[in-house]
Design a protein around this ligand. Structure first.
Ligand code: NAD
Length: 456
């Protein structure tokens, strides 16, 4: 069997783990084993499933420091954010432990006046979860926790860059869940594709390109599928905004965790003095701690791999060759590991990829807009529609412009990055496909409804 090596982005000589690149037959066998174990799990009372998820939460909470350190080591996430992600994972498990106990159906007035006409929910069977590396705890858990809470077995295929974290989570939960109910299969895109061919429901988070293949394959088989994909997220700054606060929020949203969040800000659309705001933004970006992700003061660590660093440098160089100005960053840092300076660019010509495509690194472009309406139009002009932010002190602008942003999540005076796990999460256009994730929406995805007529 071929193998995959996961290496630490800040010290590429550090081999975190070597795991099998599971072939299709192995993935298929994992699905069948999980299906067998999952059948018993589906029959357990919801109170038992809730208790088991609570025990998973306790196990993760008890190991929080160790898991956060592994996240830092495997994907280079700054330690403060890694600790926050693990805490969020614990909260997600507790939330879905409670959600398992909510009423599961509705009762309807029957036409005959006598029958009991009601709905029941059933799990699908095996939920196939395919996840990216950038939130190696939170994303697997915001899929696995509801899948398990509502009685599914789970096969998780983590990204090839973050198998160690996924395997550690499965180990931690082994004492809390019945054997075989949660299985991790390691591997790359082919293993993911094999999972899509076998699972009874598929939840994917990752790039637009992979998501397009996943949803086609799942639709072909007629199984429920949801895909959360990339973003090219805009932050709009109006002249009446608290400009200092906006610059701080946007710097953090664009550069935090080296811009490797689907909700990172990539375009800063400024109505009014765009050059003046760019200066403020550059100052806020240059004040961020850059470097060793194990240091508590670091906001911007490494990017995940050499190609990701090169993508940032190339995007800045290409824009510069077309007349743009690189205001800060744009070059690799002179240290071991995959580090690139947080990069702010202005004067990017219309149509440049920096304004239309996701780079997924610490780079953003500042662009002027003639009016608030033009800013919204510019924000909406891309094929993505995950999240957008609007900075203004004018309640009228907030109320009228926010709903016109063609995105799944609109924020006013708050950074694009950062989500509340108990509210629906998802995007518009190419950023999302299928039902929302998280919050109450998760139950709709991980169950199917049967309408039962019970006539005396
Ligand atoms: P990726 O698409 O390369 O990989 C994601 C997962 O899909 C991995 O597990 C990978 O092995 C698997 N995969 C790849 N090809 C596949 C195929 N044909 N069939 C089945 N599985 C396949 O993405 P990545 O580099 O790991 O993550 C970065 C991307 O994820 C960015 O585009 C980012 O915006 C996006 N993302 C989106 C969200 C969201 O919720 N919208 C959250 C985090 C990341």
């Amino acid at each position: 069997m071929d193998h995959i090596e996961s290496r630490s982005p800040q010290s590429p000589d550090d081999l975190v783990v070597q795991v099998p690149d599971s072939p299709a037959a192995e993935v298929s066998a994992a699905v069948e084993r999980t299906r067998a174990a999952g059948a018993g799990w589906a029959r357990r009372p919801a109170t038992e499933r809730a208790a088991a998820l609570g025990a998973c939460a306790d196990a993760l909470a008890a190991a929080a420091g160790e898991v956060a350190a592994l996240v830092v080591r495997e994907v280079g996430k700054p330690v403060g954010e890694a600790a926050g992600e693990v805490a969020r994972g614990v909260a997600i498990l507790r939330y879905f432990a409670q959600a398992a106990l909510l009423p599961e159906g509705d009762v309807y007035p029957p036409a005959d006046g006598a029958s009991l006409l009601h709905t029941r929910r059933r799990p699908h069977g095996v939920a196939g979860l395919i996840t990216p590396w950038n939130f190696p705890v939170a994303i697997p858990l915001w899929k696995a926790a509801p899948a398990l809470a509502f009685g599914n077995g789970v096969v998780l295929k983590p990204a090839e860059q973050s198998p160690a974290v996924a395997l550690r989570l499965a180990e931690l939960f082994a004492g809390a869940l019945p054997d075989g109910v949660l299985t991790v299969v390691t591997g790359g895109g082919a293993a993911g594709a094999a999972l899509v061919e076998r699972a009874d429901a598929v939840s994917f988070t990752g790039s637009v390109a992979a998501g397009a293949r996943v949803r086609r394959a799942a639709a072909e088989r007629g199984v429920p599928v949801q895909c959360e994909m990339g973003g090219q997220n805009a932050s709009i700054v109006l002249p009446d905004a608290d400009l200092a606060a906006a610059a701080q929020a946007i710097a953090a949203a664009a550069m935090g965790y080296a811009g490797q969040k689907c909700t990172a800000t990539s375009r800063v659309i400024v109505v009014g003095d765009a050059d003046g705001f760019a200066e403020r933004l550059v100052a806020a970006v240059e004040a961020l701690g850059v470097g060793d992700p194990t240091e508590p003061g670091t906001a911007v660590g490494p990017v995940i791999e050499a190609g990701a660093r090169d993508a940032v440098v190339n995007a800045a160089d290409r824009a510069a060759s077309r007349g743009a100005k690189v205001l800060t960053g744009g070059r690799p840092l002179d240290r071991a590991g995959w580090f690139v300076g947080p990069t702010v660019v202005s004067g990017v010509p219309e149509g440049d990829e920096l304004l239309t495509e996701e780079v997924f690194g610490p780079i953003c472009a500042v662009v002027p807009a003639a009016s608030p309406e033009a800013a919204v139009e510019a924000a909406n002009s891309v094929r993505y529609g995950l999240v957008a932010a609007l900075f203004t002190r004018d309640l009228g602008h907030a109320l009228t412009l926010a709903p016109r942003l063609d995105v799944g999540m609109a924020k006013v005076n708050a950074p694009t990055a950062g989500v509340d796990f108990h509210a629906p999460f998802g995007g518009a256009k190419q950023s999302s496909y299928g039902p929302r994730e998280q919050g109450p929406a998760a139950r709709d995805f991980y169950t199917r409804t049967t309408t039962v007529t019970l006539t005396p």
